[in-house]
Design a protein around this ligand. Structure first.
Ligand code: FAD
Length: 546
């Protein structure tokens, strides 16, 4: 359970061992790791957990087949290490929250035998680099007929496909599960708390941070022995607040996705498109009943404004997928989309392109201010990134504790099995699609949502007919998951904003009413927040669907 008001009191009155700035996957991972080592931990997030990059990824838990190809083509051992790190971490991500992450079959379509041999050998190598007991079935080469059943609607010219396995996660909910686990282990966490500036002692070492509560408007200070910067694409701005002479190192790169309603029956299998027009790979991945197509990779200097999927991104992604489909997709099929900024570190060759910049991470200690920064990395390696950062924090604090996140089951995972939904279905007399959705998103905590629905029958209704989301989820999100805004619920707790912007807009008034009742918004406040949300939605999606 996340108790914001209680946590705000602690943030103002206690002194922490480490204050983590940024509640994406990196910051949440650090908070959990440090709390499990017995440190006194604060975690602050400017908006909502996973509101930035960590809620806008392609949602793959992977070593990166493309990096493997680049490693061999360029004999680049750094790329190879990165693939190994990813494949090593993949099994922990899947094992520690099996309700939120699972194996995903990906088919690489090929147009002839020769390409088939090339990709088959490549993917065998990828399997080979995965550590033993990776839990993934081995890759295989499948014929046309099998491909038709695996991915209905594939273009007739495609000869066959190489199928391999990686992981897929619900990134924002996984992020939240890490935050909840950190809180359960003693970390004091709060969203909508923005770091504004640091204050230092006579030697220049940071001792406190001035922060702004973006819900109440209050400004206060947090005292901590160490401050750990996990702000992803915004990391340079925090580094420069701590020490203005540091050189900026982050090269943000925008990646956009669209979500489409496939004309053919939905497939449980993803497509890896081996070569885009700008020499990268792209994916079409089933997500929440839609096909998610991504991504682009464009350098982007502005980290202040929220990135969104524009007209050009939509055209590029449709042009990328269409050669592989029998019925071509148009803008009419697009129901949602989102874009994020990759927090890439450094530039290898002074070019403007970010597609060849390494996705591995770096832990930096600034001698002058004492700020620790965790830079770069990817979702898949969040646990390893956190371990490296907290090892350094522990060393600075003379704390000899060791990392124990490898085998730490995350919030909602203990006791969960793939047929857990049957228990909720029979005990609470809930429809099969709803109980499956609740079990998959909340793990064993699905019973808490079901309990709310049982106690207040009006909250046991669906938010929209035909979709598995209950009104009780909005109440639960406000009560127990620190959802403070309508968007926190629609975009990050149930993900409907990403997959189906129209349904998100239709649900918003009821969500405003339910959350308002939980959080004490009067009618005027409910309306204000609703209009604000609808205008964000309009700005974000008007470019996408017109
Ligand atoms: C399009 C795209 C696709 C990707 N796909 C994959 C994938 O499939 N698999 C994979 O492994 N990786 C993927 N990645 C990479 C991965 O998503 C990122 O590396 C990871 O999510 C970064 O996490 P983070 O915590 O460092 O940054 P963020 O998630 O951006 O978190 C930083 C947080 O800091 C907060 N913050 C900023 N300033 C302040 C402040 N002043 N005070 C308090 N808080 C502040 C922000 O609000 C933000 O929530 C993808 C990235 C992108 C952009």
């Amino acid at each position: 359970m996340l108790w914001r008001n209680l946590n705000l009191e602690s943030l103002q009155h206690e002194t922490f061992d480490v204050c983590v700035i940024g509640g994406g996957s990196a910051g949440a991972g650090c908070a959990l790791d440090a709390a499990l080592r017995g440190m006194k931990v604060a975690l602050i997030e400017k908006t909502d957990f996973a509101a930035e990059t960590s809620g806008k990824s392609t949602k793959l838990v992977h070593g990166g087949v493309r990096y493997l190809e680049q490693a061999f083509r360029k004999l680049d051992f750094a790329q190879l290490n990165q693939v190994k790190h990813g494949l090593h971490e993949r099994r922990f991500v899947l094992r520690n929250a099996p309700h939120l992450a699972r194996p995903l079959a990906l088919a690489t379509p090929v147009f002839n035998w020769w390409s088939g041999i090339y990709y088959f050998l490549g993917l065998k190598l990828y399997d080979w680099f995965a550590p033993g007991k990776s839990g993934m079935p081995p890759g295989k080469w499948i014929g046309r007929r099998k491909l038709d059943t695996l991915f209905p609607g594939i273009d007739k010219r495609i000869h066959s496909a190489i199928v391999y396995y990686d992981g897929q996660l619900d990134d924002a909910r996984y992020n939240l599960a890490i935050v909840q686990s950190a809180a359960q282990s003693g970390a004091v966490v709060a969203n909508y708390i923005e770091l504004q500036s640091f204050s230092s002692d006579n030697s220049g070492t940071i001792t406190a941070a001035k922060v702004h509560d973006r819900q109440s408007g209050k400004v206060f200070s947090i005292h901590s022995k160490i401050f750990l910067n996990c702000t992803g694409p915004a990391a340079d701005s925090i580094r420069l607040k701590a020490n203005p002479v540091l050189n900026p190192v982050i090269r943000p790169s925008k990646g956009a996705h669209i979500l489409v309603n496939m004309p053919q029956q939905g497939s449980p299998c993803a497509l890896l498109i081996p070569k885009t027009s700008d020499n990268r790979v792209a994916f079409a991945i089933p997500f929440e009943g839609r096909m998610m197509i991504g991504t682009t990779d464009e350098p982007c200097d502005a980290t202040e404004n929220e990135p969104f999927t524009d007209e050009q991104d939509t055209s590029f992604l449709l042009d990328t997928i269409n050669p592989f489909l029998e019925i071509k997709l148009t803008r009419e099929h697009v129901t949602g989309g989102f874009a994020g900024l990759r927090p890439l570190v450094g530039v290898p060759d002074n070019s403007r392109h970010t597609r060849s910049v390494l996705r591995d991470h770096l832990v930096e200690f600034d001698e002058r201010s004492g700020l620790v920064s965790l830079l770069g990395g990817k979702w898949t390696t969040y646990r390893l990134m956190a371990k490296d950062a907290i090892d350094l924090v522990a060393q600075k604090l003379n704390n000899s504790s060791v990392c124990s996140t490898e085998n730490h089951l995350l919030w909602g995972a203990k006791g969960w099995t793939p047929d857990f939904y049957k228990k909720i279905q029979s005990e609470y007399e809930i429809d099969a699609d709803v109980s499956q959705h609740l079990a998959d998103k909340y793990g064993i905590c699905a019973v808490l949502v079901a309990q709310i629905a049982k106690e207040t029958p009006a909250l046991g209704e669906r938010l929209l007919p035909g979709l598995p989301f209950l009104k009780a989820e909005a109440a639960y999100a406000a009560r127990c998951e620190m959802a403070m805004e309508i968007r926190d619920f629609l975009a990050r707790r149930i993900r409907i904003e990403l997959t189906d912007a129209g349904s998100s807009a239709r649900m918003a008034p009821e969500v405003a009413r339910i959350m308002g009742a939980e959080l004490g918004w009067n009618e005027q406040e409910q309306n204000r927040r609703l209009q604000q949300y609808l205008s964000v939605l309009q700005n974000t999606f008007s470019n996408l669907t017109t």
